[in-house]
Design a protein around this ligand. Sequence first.
Ligand code: HEC
Ligand code: HEC
Ligand code: HEC
Ligand code: HEC
Ligand code: HEC
Ligand code: HEC
Ligand code: HEC
Length: 393
Amino acid sequence: MLGPKWESALKRGFILILLLVVIALAVLRGGFLRTELVAQESSEPVESTASGSVADVKVHRRQDKDGYLGREVCRECHAANYELHGMHGHAHTFALASDEKIASKFAGRNFDYGEPYGNYEYDQDEEALSVRLSGESEESFPLQYALGSGHHAITLLSLAKDAEKGTVAYEHRGSWFRDRDRLGRTPGQPLTTPESESERFGMKHVDNVMQKCIYCHTTTGTVADQKIVGLTANVNCEKCHGPGAEHVRQARAMKEPPPFSVGSDKWDSESEIQLCGDCHRLPEAITLKELRDYPDKLARFQPVGLLRSQCFIESEGALRCTTCHNPHRTISDVSKSEHVANCIQCHQPGKSSHVSCPVSTTEGCIKCHMPKYDFESLGTGFHDHWIRVHPED
Ligand code: HEC
Ligand code: HEC
Ligand code: HEC
Ligand code: HEC
Ligand code: HEC
Ligand code: HEC
Ligand code: HEC
C-alpha cells in the first residue's frame, strides 16, 4: 500500500497530466478550426484544403508533402501577387461545368459535329450541364468539369465507369472558343468510329493521360472512383511554390522567415525551366523527329524553343522564363515596349556585352525574332521561343 504522501503526489501528477492533455487538445483544435475557416473563406468554386498524391504521374518534388493551404491564405502577406495571379489564366483554368460562367456559354445552344458523332444540343437543369444528340434520343450525357480559362477556349470533361478500365474520362467533342463566341470541334481529337454511346459524346482517356489532364490544370487532385480526390482547382500559388503550411507558420512566428521555394539556394534557371516546362512541355514530351525538324507547331511549346536559343545557350543560366515573364502577371497585360525592354537589357548597343541588331535596336524585336504562328484549331497563336534570325527577315 502507498502512504498518504505518495497518494497525494500521484493525484497532483495526474491532475497536471490531465491539464496538459486539455491544453494540447485545445491548441490542436484551434489549428483545425483555422484550416476549416480557410476553406470556407476561399472564393474558389471547387477548392478544398485536402490534398492528394499524384499517383502514376511523374512524382513531384512540390507535391510530396501535405500542408496545402489554398491561395486565400497567401493574400494576407502577398496581396500584390495575389491580385495579379487572380487575373492570370493559371487562376481560372479548371471549374465545374455547372458554374454559371461556363454553363451559360453552352446551355440552350447546339453544335453539329457531323459524321460520325452527330448534332449536340446543350441543356442546363437545376445544377447540371448536359448534352444530348438532337433528334436521336432523349438520353442526355452529363458534363462535369471545364478546362481552360476561356481566354481562348474551354473544353469539357466527364468521368465515368468503364467495365474494363475502372474510371475513365470523356473529353467532350465540342468546345467553346472565345473568337466569335462559337462552339467548335475540340482540337487534337482524331475522327474515329465510336465504339460505345459514350464515345459519341467524347474521346475516351484512360490512366496516365486522364491523370495528366487533371494534373496540368489543377494544384492537387487525383482521379479515383469517378471522382477527383483532394481537388484544389487551378494552377495556384502552391502548385509552383509547394505546400505553404510550414512557410506561413514561420512567417507568423518571425519577421524574416527562412528562404522558401524560389528563395532557396537550390533555385536556379534549371529548376525554373523544369517547373514551367512540366506543363508547357519540355523536349522529352516531343518526338525526336519533331525535335530535329522543328516544325512551326513546336512554337506551342515555349520551353522547347527557348532551350535551342543562342540567348539561352550562351548566357550561362542568366536567361529563364522569368527574365521576360512575371509568373504572376497575365501576358495579355504586358505591353510591346516592355517586351522590347526585356531584349535590350542584353542587346543594347554600347551598354551591354552582347551583340546588337544591325536592323533595329529600339523596336519590333518580337515580330522579327519571335514571330507568332496561328494555330487555328486551338483558336489562338503562339510565339516561337526559339529566338533567332528567321530566313524571311
Ligand atoms: C501545373 C501546370 C503549369 C505550370 C507549372 C505552369 N503553367 Fe503556365 N499555363 C498552364 C495552363 C493550364 C495554362 C492555360 C491557362 C488558361 O486556361 O488560360 C497556362 C498559361 C500560361 C500563360 C498564358 C496565360 C496568361 O494569362 O498569361 C503564360 C504566360 C504562362 N502559362 C507562363 C508560365 C510560366 C512562366 C510558368 C513557370 C513559372 C508556368 N506558366 C508554369 C499550366 C502551367
Ligand atoms: C502537359 C500539361 C497539360 C496537359 C496534359 C493538358 N493541358 Fe491543357 N493546357 C496546358 C497548357 C500549358 C496550356 C496553355 C496553352 C497551350 O500551351 O496550349 C493549356 C491550355 C488548355 C486550354 C485552352 C485555355 C485557354 O483559354 O487558353 C484548354 C481548353 C485545355 N488546355 C484543355 C485541356 C484538356 C481537356 C486536357 C486533357 C484532355 C488538357 N488540357 C491536358 C497544359 C496541359
Ligand atoms: C506559375 C508558377 C507560379 C505561380 C502560380 C505563383 N508563383 Fe510566385 N513565383 C514564381 C516564380 C518562378 C518566382 C520567382 C520569380 C523570379 O525569380 O523573378 C515567384 C516569386 C514569388 C515571390 C517572391 C518574389 C516576389 O514577387 O515578391 C512571392 C512572394 C510569390 N512568388 C508569391 C506567390 C503567390 C502569393 C502566389 C499566388 C497568389 C504565387 N506566387 C503564384 C512562380 C509562381
Ligand atoms: C504571415 C505572412 C505570410 C503569409 C501568410 C505568406 N507569406 Fe510568403 N513570405 C512572407 C515573408 C515575410 C516573406 C519574406 C519577405 C518577402 O519576400 O516578402 C515571404 C516570402 C515568400 C516567398 C519568397 C521566398 C524567398 O525566400 O525569397 C514566396 C515564394 C512566398 N512567400 C510564397 C508564399 C505563398 C505561396 C503563401 C501562401 C501559401 C505565402 N507566401 C504566405 C510572409 C508570408
Ligand atoms: C539574358 C540576356 C539575353 C536576353 C534577355 C536576350 N538575349 Fe538574345 N542573345 C543573348 C546572347 C548571350 C546571345 C549570343 C550572342 C552574344 O553573346 O551576344 C544572343 C543572341 C541573340 C540573337 C542571335 C541568334 C543567333 O542564332 O545567331 C538574336 C537574334 C537575339 N539574341 C535576339 C533577342 C531578342 C529578340 C530578345 C528579346 C525577346 C533577346 N535576344 C533577349 C542574350 C540575351
Ligand atoms: C526573351 C524573352 C522571353 C523568354 C525568356 C520567355 N518568353 Fe514567353 N513570351 C515572350 C514574348 C515576347 C511573348 C509574346 C507576348 C505577346 O505579345 O503576346 C511570350 C509569350 C508566351 C506565352 C503565351 C503564348 C505564346 O506563345 O504567345 C507563354 C505561355 C510563354 N511565353 C511561356 C514561356 C515559358 C514557359 C518560358 C520559359 C521556358 C518563356 N515563355 C520564356 C518572351 C519570352
Ligand atoms: C525588321 C526585322 C527586325 C527587327 C525589327 C529587329 N531585328 Fe534583329 N535582326 C534582324 C535581321 C535580318 C538580323 C540579321 C542581320 C544580319 O545578319 O545582317 C538581325 C540580327 C539580330 C541580332 C544578331 C546580331 C549579330 O551580330 O549576330 C540580334 C542580337 C538582334 N537582331 C536583336 C534584335 C533586337 C533586340 C531587336 C529589337 C530592339 C531587333 N533585333 C529588331 C531583323 C530584325
